[in-house]
Design a protein around this ligand. Sequence first.
Ligand SMILES: *[C@@H]1O[C@H](CO)[C@@H](O)[C@H](O)[C@H]1NC(C)=O
Ligand SMILES: *[C@@H]1O[C@H](CO)[C@@H](O)[C@H](O)[C@H]1NC(C)=O
Ligand SMILES: *[C@@H]1O[C@H](CO)[C@@H](O)[C@H](O)[C@H]1NC(C)=O
Ligand SMILES: *[C@@H]1O[C@H](CO)[C@@H](O)[C@H](O)[C@H]1NC(C)=O
Length: 535
Amino acid sequence: MQLHISPSLRHVTVLPGKGVREFMKVKIGSRRLSYRMVFYSVLLAAFLLRFVFVLAAVDSIDGQTGRCSTIGCLGKRLGPRILGRRVLESTVPEVIYQVLEEPVDQSEVQLGPEIPQTLEDFIAEMKDERPDAKTFAVKLKAMVTLLEQRTRTAKIQEYLYRHVASSSIPKQLHCLALKLANEHSMNANARLQLPSAELVPALVDNSFFHFVLASDNILAASVVASSLVHNSLHPEKVVLHIITDRKTYYPMQAWFSLHPLTPAIIEVKALHHFDWFTKGKVPVLEAMEKDQKVRSQFRGGSSAIVANNTEKPYIIAAKLQAMSPKYNSVMNHIRIHLPELFPSLNKVVFLDDDIVVQTDLSPLWDIDMNGKVNGAVETCRGEDKFVMSKRFKSYLNFSHPLIANNFEPNECAWAYGMNIFDLEAWRRTNISRTYHFWLEENLKSDLSLWQLGTLPPGLIAFHGHVHVINPFWHMLGLGYQDNTTVEDAESAGVIHFNGRAKPWLDIAFPQLRPLWTKYVDFSDRFIKSCHIRAS
Ligand SMILES: *[C@@H]1O[C@H](CO)[C@@H](O)[C@H](O)[C@H]1NC(C)=O
Ligand SMILES: *[C@@H]1O[C@H](CO)[C@@H](O)[C@H](O)[C@H]1NC(C)=O
Ligand SMILES: *[C@@H]1O[C@H](CO)[C@@H](O)[C@H](O)[C@H]1NC(C)=O
Ligand SMILES: *[C@@H]1O[C@H](CO)[C@@H](O)[C@H](O)[C@H]1NC(C)=O
């Protein structure tokens, strides 16, 4: 006898004999039925009738079982027929139903060695011991509970694996950083000051087009930079300020020293090189520290989260993700301090590292922002119902009075990824202060205002300061779903692989990935030696 439970817990298949056509298959479709109830019924039918030819019994119990609330009732509906009569009702002793329908008492189910670990063990034991109906039911229940807990653990791991698959560093990227760090120490040409001394005045010259990119991913940064420069009509007017962290600084500098994008001007700087960052109180660092502390104790810490047996696996995975340092990186929060980081600049375009530029972006400087600070695309209107359905209520907890009293749940959200920031206008506001105020409030309320990411506090801080720009300038969602058509994506000014399926990961959508790999030179010696390939 074999048993298959689909990972979604929605299909149960029992094969009573080896190599024969007898089987029983149930699809759990109804919301009203618990998985466990259906499971018991299937097992009972299979056990008690294993000498009976169980033909492909039931394919779907949707609709038929709406009124069933007990195993007995369900068993009757699921059970096979012989000569047109249902057989299960007469063969199952009442005591079995009683035992199985009692709620599971976790303390009672000691996961000891006496519980059969598999269906095979269980059958063998039942054959040897020929127990009474009650013992049979108790053992069955214990075994099913054990199987269920295992399936559950596997499920949580699966969700977390997907998270890790999207947030961990693939070994090729790690290799690239190491090779470049090595090059930096060996090769003087990889240590050039970026930009060279005679170009430094351009860094603070407002007649240039200034772009800012914060990233610790060298390959991703190289794609953003080369797509930006190659599509620019006036590359000699482009200044790209790349901000990175301490550990990525040398490899990043090595890459752009050896792969200059002249005549565009590239600056590579680590956070600790900024004057503002090194002097005195830096709110973003303090906030990060506190945030990390709160997150590590969030809802009693990770072991308490996992221990809750009644919570759904994907919620547990989401809670564990909330503790991930990925959401707490300074790189993510840094854009809220652009006015301080670039005190001489009036306007910058901030780019995320998971985008590709496909057009000349200088017209962004012609957009009249009507005195607003942040030029962004809206994310609540558009053909793509999945990506374009985001309102404030999608990100903020409107059950909390602090949110409900200050914001409108149906207000359209906007996106980070490609934003025009008018730093002059920004300096006349309290946006950065508001941002930190709300970060504090969220920490004080144990992360109950929002849980993940830097967009929720951004929505709050920039509230009333956003100027909506044409969706052409920023197409989102390429990392969320694979039905984005290549034609649609090709016709957008900037495409954004927000979502899990980043183009540098194995899980990228194959038809969309070429839009990104187009800007990777696979014949480059560093790319080649780290086995980074086009597909
Ligand atoms: C476990 O999760 C359930 C369902 O969300 C919740 O009602 C319950 O309070 C949680 N228990 C603990 C101990 O956190
Ligand atoms: C992509 O698929 C989703 C779900 O199947 C659907 O809701 C959405 O409208 C589709 N988007 C496009 C652009 O076809
Ligand atoms: C910024 O905050 C200060 C102190 O809370 C306040 O006095 C000032 O009016 C605020 N400025 C704006 C533009 O909201
Ligand atoms: C939303 O806020 C309410 C009220 O403070 C709180 O009980 C609830 O747990 C919050 N939801 C989340 C997901 O944090």
